[in-house]
Design a protein around this ligand. Structure first.
Ligand code: B3K
Ligand code: ZN
Length: 875
């Protein structure tokens, strides 16, 4: 490790800023490697005891520093910033710096990639642009002048409204922007480049016309319509659902190819990864269409939950992210299938968030100690954060939640606040005591909820015991009981809800706030089955001994579709895990013959259910992923799980071949449309195709070729490639070559090709990956390419990545070393599969640990990787 170790910041050490910056004028003279930035701030001391003004700054060349025009200033400069010693109580500070955008491969701060200048400041990237108090509680009014060559950069964009422009000598021009809203520096943005521009408008609920502008790479204009439509849907949904209206005259979105994450909510000027903007039927899948709508909405919703009300400090990140994810999930549910949406959200929690809780990086949704803030844009802060908001919604009801939101904006519009401020607004608006509930913010880990039910025939009474315990996590040993809303439903033997709960309802939310709660419920009949945690009412694991018959009963009859899917998955999981437990190395299939029969029956039941919603049906026929299954066991048995899963899939494929074929034929669609019915049909059809190829790749090869040739959309095209990936190697290679020829000039589509290659099960996978890194379409500097190739291998190619010879781990570590020097944020994301090494067998543990040690010994290891590696190596 490098000689100076990075240090952590702590929530308890928060102190308000000593100085306020009321306004900032930024003047950019853009140049590839010598961009000049002149920053003029109005500074005012607010803490009378302060003797120094601290300005963050990284990788900057200081050219000029003046107070009120005088260069005689006492200051100290370090690698992390400037300290101005004994400044006046109020003054104008001018700082001129030089930066090198074209060599900024971290894609943080101001960088130039693919001919476009672009910024990314959240969380702490503004300090790579100029010296400034780079913290979210310093709110400032911005005026920005951008100057650049006019031919190369006809569009010069920043936040707010354009208030001036003109030409300069030498073919350069300038544009001036003013943002009327105070904002933290992480919401600052600048973009300069040449684009195709799509324009539209939106009339807000108060009758104001907002200009909508979408900037995309030249030639891509036809792929921007879905994004613009999505934006208008989001704008109108937020007015209808929360009474929130847009507040500027213009809303701009720019799609760029080089971007570390999905998108960024800069005030009035969102910057997007082109993956979440560009779509047409030939090149984008149904999933892409869905994601574009949801990310466009997410960034738009941030305008209120994030920008108008922002975070006091970065420990409060979930204040804006958990809430905004919750809002985008609500929106997506309203736009399409609420049940499928819920199922997908729960999969993220179970596959990834529970895994994070079990890893050395475990943290509460409001972390208490952070080395590198970029490491905390996690499934815990985002998705568990959204589940916490969802629990509040469940507890307070739709109207109560809205009252809380209204009070939150009434109290805090224009402020930088804390998660406590949010929960207080919810509590005060509804006269509720949410003090126990607040523990969800400070406690990490996955709570285990145990359920026990006994029926007393004589008393006609159901005794229900709910208990909770949260096992210790890497960051926190002692846990307290949480406030867990447990939504339950009682089903009779005909599958009807028994109206025995509060208000004579068949289902009810029970508030568990203590370690164990016993309830006596007067119940006229013995429940045939009890559905627990309806709608996934809390992000917990449930332990409830139910028979296969009871699970099957819930699967067929529960009133909530999530619970039906979940019961089906529990049945599948149970049998797969039993097969793993009972197996010796080569006997998985035989030992679980009874299980296979049981599964076949229940799958048959789903296939022949004519009433069931088609999207739900498809979802229920899909075997749980390796990641989901792995999370259900303490020790991940790689070979056993892979084998059992394969064996069950193969058995179901063969046993139900007729039905797969019938359903395949029954789910054809006409010319491509992105609507719920067709999305469900395509999903069903492609699941069937996968089973058919598994059952007999020769018999169904023609069907696959035919679908590939005739597909007018990317979902069906990829459906074929995915179906052929595991079994039909010859067909797979042939189709992949064809696909490459066809799409080689579309980088976003080539990402799908890279991902398919990286996920292939083949003995020579690592040499293939090395060859693919040399492919003309690959660039190690582009995060989308890296995630598609290296990320897919690391996260999803279980066989290759976890090869018992350790070659997968070594290869990934080589990549991390290369990436860390270029782009630490991307490297730190890709290390995740190595972090949970303690859950594997001893051989794999040792192999992974050796690779982590290799990283730890790297010179100049980034703070991003340092934080993760050092936490993992703690015994
Ligand atoms: N707020 C940004 C994420 C910034 C990530 C910085 N490492 C996008 C979003 O969540 O909307
Ligand atoms: Zn967000």
């Amino acid at each position: 490790m490098s000689s100076r170790l990075p240090v952590s910041k702590k929530l308890v050490d928060y102190a308000p800023a000593d100085f306020l910056i009321s306004s900032l004028e930024l003047h950019f003279k853009l140049d590839d490697s010598r961009t000049r930035v002149i920053a003029t701030s109005n500074v005012k001391q607010i803490n009378p005891a302060a003797t120094e003004l601290l300005l963050d700054g990284v990788d900057l060349t200081l050219i000029r520093l003046e107070i009120e025009g005088h260069p005689q200033i006492r200051y100290q400069k370090s690698e992390s910033g400037l300290r101005i010693i004994n400044p006046p109580a109020q003054f104008v500070l001018t700082i001129e710096t030089e930066i090198d955008p074209v060599n900024n491969s971290s894609l943080e701060g101001l960088y130039k990639s693919a001919g476009t200048f672009c910024t990314q400041c959240e969380a702490e990237g503004f300090r790579k642009i100029t010296y400034f108090p780079d913290r979210p509680d310093v709110l400032t009014k911005y005026e920005v002048v951008i100057e650049a060559d006019k031919a190369h950069y006809p569009f010069l964009l920043s936040n707010g409204n354009k208030i001036g422009e003109g030409d300069l000598a030498d073919g350069r021009h300038w544009v001036k922007w003013q943002d009327p809203f105070n904002k933290p520096c992480y919401l600052f943005a600048l973009v300069a480049g040449d684009f195709d521009l799509l324009e539209d408008q939106f009339v807000t609920c108060s009758g104001k016309t907002v200009k909508l502008q979408l900037f995309v790479d030249k030639g891509n204009a036809s792929k921007g319509h879905h994004a613009l439509q999505s934006l208008k849907k989001a704008m109108s949904w937020d007015e209808q659902t929360y009474g929130l209206e847009y507040d500027l005259d213009i809303y701009m979105i720019v799609a760029v190819d080089f971007f570390n994450m999905g998108a960024m909510e800069n005030k009035g000027l969102n910057v997007f990864n082109s993956k979440f903007v560009l779509a047409d039927s030939a090149s984008a899948t149904d999933e892409d269409y869905f994601n574009i709508e949801s990310v466009i909405a997410h960034e738009y919703f941030h305008n209120w939950t994030g920008n108008r009300v922002t975070c006091r400090d970065w420990f409060q990140l979930s204040l804006k992210e958990g809430l905004t994810v919750f809002r985008d999930q609500q929106f997506s549910s309203d736009m399409a299938s609420a049940a499928i949406n819920r199922i997908n959200n729960v999969k993220v929690i179970r596959e990834h968030q529970f895994a994070e809780d079990a890893s050395p990086m475990a943290h509460p949704i409001r972390p208490e100690s952070v080395i590198e803030m970029n490491n905390f844009y996690t499934v815990t802060v985002y998705n568990k954060g959204a589940e916490v908001i969802s629990m509040l919604h469940k507890l307070l009801g739709k109207q109560g939640f809205r009252r809380g939101m209204d009070l939150y904006f009434q109290r805090h519009d224009g402020q930088a606040v804390t998660c406590d401020d949010f929960v207080d607004a919810m509590a005060d608006a509804n006269q509720q005591d949410l003090s126990v509930f607040k523990r969800w913010y400070s406690q990490s880990g996955t709570p285990h909820l145990s359920v026990d039910a006994n029926y007393d025939q004589n008393q006609r009474s159901l005794q229900l015991t709910l208990s909770q315990v949260t096992p210790p996590t890497a960051d926190q040993k002692n846990k307290q009981p949480l406030h867990i809303p447990v939504d339950i439903e009682l089903l009779d033997d005909k599958g009807e809800g028994i109206k025995a709960l509060a208000n004579n309802a068949a289902h009810q939310v029970i508030n568990l706030t203590i370690p164990s709660l016993e309830l006596e419920i007067a119940c006229p009949v013995k429940p045939a089955a009890i559905s627990v945690l309806r709608e996934f009412s809390a992000p917990v694991r449930v332990k409830f001994d139910q028979t296969d018959q009871q699970l099957a009963h819930i699967m067929l009859h529960a009133s909530d579709e999530f619970s039906r899917w979940d019961a089906g998955q529990q049945l599948l999981n149970r049998h797969i895990l039993q097969a793993v437990q009972h197996s010796s190395a080569n006997e998985v299939g035989q030992l679980s013959a009874k299980s296979l029969q049981q599964l076949e029956l229940s799958m048959q039941g789903i296939l022949s259910d004519h009433q069931i919603d088609r999207a739900l049906q498809a979802e229920m026929l899909d075997i749980p992923s390796f990641e989901t299954l792995a999370q259900l066991t303490e020790n991940i048995q790689v070979e056993g799980l892979l084998k059992a899963k394969k064996c069950i899939e193969h058995h179901l494929a063969c046993a139900l071949e007729q039905q797969w074929h019938q359903h395949y034929l029954a789910n054809s669609t006409d010319a491509y449309q992105y609507n719920q019915t067709d999305v469900a049909k395509r999903r069903m059809k492609n699941i069937c195709l996968r089973y058919l190829i598994l059952a007999n790749e020769d018999r169904y090869a023609d069907l696959a070729y035919q679908q590939y040739q005739q597909a007018d959309n990317m979902t069906d095209t990829l459906g074929v490639l995915r179906a052929c990936q595991d079994g039909a190697i010859a067909a797979f290679d042939e189709l992949m070559n064809d696909f490459e020829q066809r799409w080689q000039n579309d980088p976003l589509v080539m990402d799908k090709w890279f991902a398919l290659q990286a996920n292939a099960t083949r003995p020579d996978i690592l040499s293939r990956l090395e060859l693919l890194k040399e492919h003309a379409g690959f660039s190690i500097r582009n995060p989308n390419r890296v995630r598609a190739l290296i990320g897919t291998f690391a996260f999803y190619n279980t066989q290759g990545m976890h090869n018992i010879d350790g070659s997968g781990y070594r290869w990934l570590t080589d990549q991390l070393q290369e990436l860390d020097r270029l782009n630490p944020q991307v490297a730190a994301r890709l290390i995740t599969p190595l972090l949970q090494y303690q859950r594997y067998d001893q051989v794999r543990q040792d192999l992974i640990r050796n690779q982590l040690l290799r990283l730890a010994n790297m010179s100049n290891l980034s703070s991003d990787l340092y934080e993760k590696v050092s936490k993992s190596l703690v015994e």
